[in-house]
Design a protein around this ligand. Structure first.
Ligand SMILES: *Cc1c(COP(=O)(O)O)cnc(C)c1O
Length: 369
């Protein structure tokens, strides 16, 4: 039924060559040359000092929180409008997520609400660059400095996203990326932790690999994890990062194309704020009223077009529900969550497919007039 999915990975050819090289050489586990080559390629693309590959974006967040020394009794400020992994990782270390409101224009975390929620227990702000648009990193860096708290960036959706020319993930003390099958750069499952401090990088390296002593076999100084990426996964990632500019340019083109074709409709696309380079992980828009969102999605699905609704704000999930944070405390995030949808956004989308999606969206609004 679905002929135009929301996402489809863009393979460039080298993936196959590099994966076959792993199979032929027998280096298929988490040792092998592609691990370092992939980490180096990421480090130089992002402009970070240190980059460590891991097996997915969720464990990358877990390591980032551990590396900041966050634990029970600590609070971490996080937007409620995010993918659930951001909040869950805070719980993994025994800390408490403190949810904050979004901004109506950029859909990113509201720095004024972040400041209001800082307490003596706040250890970190977790910024999430939602759908590929950067947060206001100038204001968030300023808050982290003034209050002496850590800044963590969840850049899972933001490979290629920049703030005043600088790649996101380089502003925080530590930052994470995801390479899940529908992310901008994909390895199927995969993730990355980046940081600027060599001691922190060394600590993360130990944590991700059972805290195994580099000097004494089978000696472990602390509790670690097996969060390693495999060589095969890194081989796919290397081929992807080598084509990152091409992938990002294609996504930008399709975002512009949707915006032009649908400019006259009563919908609002995701703004690219001043100073921001949006990477358009997902091309997204808001419908005028929440009552339109599901009927529009059903209409598109009947025409073979898959879409995604926005995330439900995390504070509405059963495990985070708390009468002290009613929906009325997050009117913007609730409204965005109810009115937003993501369009097919994969780099190989053809002009004809974009036209079909645009026509289908248009026909809904013409029908409902
Ligand atoms: C995808 C995503 C993650 C988690 O990544 P996985 O690789 O699926 O574990 C974390 N945070 C955000 C905002 C994401 O979109």
């Amino acid at each position: 039924m679905i002929s135009i999915p929301v996402y489809r990975p863009h393979f460039t050819g080298k993936e196959r060559e590099y994966v076959l090289d792993c199979l032929d050489s027998g280096w298929i586990s988490s040792r092998g040359e592609y691990i370092a080559r992939f980490e180096d390629a990421c480090r130089s693309f992002i402009g970070a000092e240190h980059a460590l590959s891991v097996c997915n974006g969720t464990v990358a967040l877990h390591l980032a929180l551990l590396a900041c020394g966050i634990g029970p009794g600590d609070e971490v400020i996080v937007p409620t409008l995010t993918y659930i992994a951001s909040a869950n990782a805070i719980r993994y270390v025994g800390a408490t997520p403190v949810f904050v409101e979004s901004m109506p224009d950029t859909w990113q975390v509201d720095p004024a609400d972040v400041e209001r929620k800082i307490t003596s227990r706040t250890k970190a702000i977790m910024a999430v660059h939602l759908y590929g648009c950067p947060c206001d990193m100038t204001r968030l860096c300023d808050l982290a400095q003034r209050y002496h708290i850590k800044l963590i960036e969840d850049a899972a959706e933001a490979f290629g996203t920049r703030w005043h020319g600088r790649h996101v993930g380089t502003f925080g003390d530590v930052s994470t990326f995801s390479f899940f099958g529908n992310k901008t750069i994909t390895t199927g499952e995969g993730g990355l932790v980046v940081c600027q401090d060599p001691a922190m990088s060394e600590h993360i390296g130990l944590l991700k690999s059972q805290y195994a002593s580099p000097h004494r076999r089978y000696w472990h100084e602390d509790i670690g994890y097996n969060y390693r990426m495999t060589n095969i996964t890194a081989a796919i990632g290397l081929a992807q990062v080598e084509k990152a500019d091409e992938i990002l340019a294609a996504k930008r083109r399709l975002a512009r194309s949707y915006e032009q074709k649908l400019a006259d409709l009563p919908i609002s696309f995701h703004n690219e704020p001043a100073g921001a380079t949006h990477s358009y992980w997902m091309v997204s828009f808001l419908v005028p009223s929440a009552e339109d969102r599901e009927p529009l999605r059903d209409h598109l699905e009947k025409m073979g077009i898959e879409t995604r609704p926005f995330f439900y704000p995390a504070h509405t999930m059963p495990m985070y529900a708390d009468p002290r944070r009613p929906n009325s405390a997050f009117p913007v995030a609730i409204d965005l969550g109810a009115r937003g949808l993501n369009l097919p956004s994969f780099p190989d989308l053809t002009d004809d497919e974009i036209e079909s999606v645009a026509e289908a969206v248009r026909s809904y609004f013409e029908m409902s007039r």
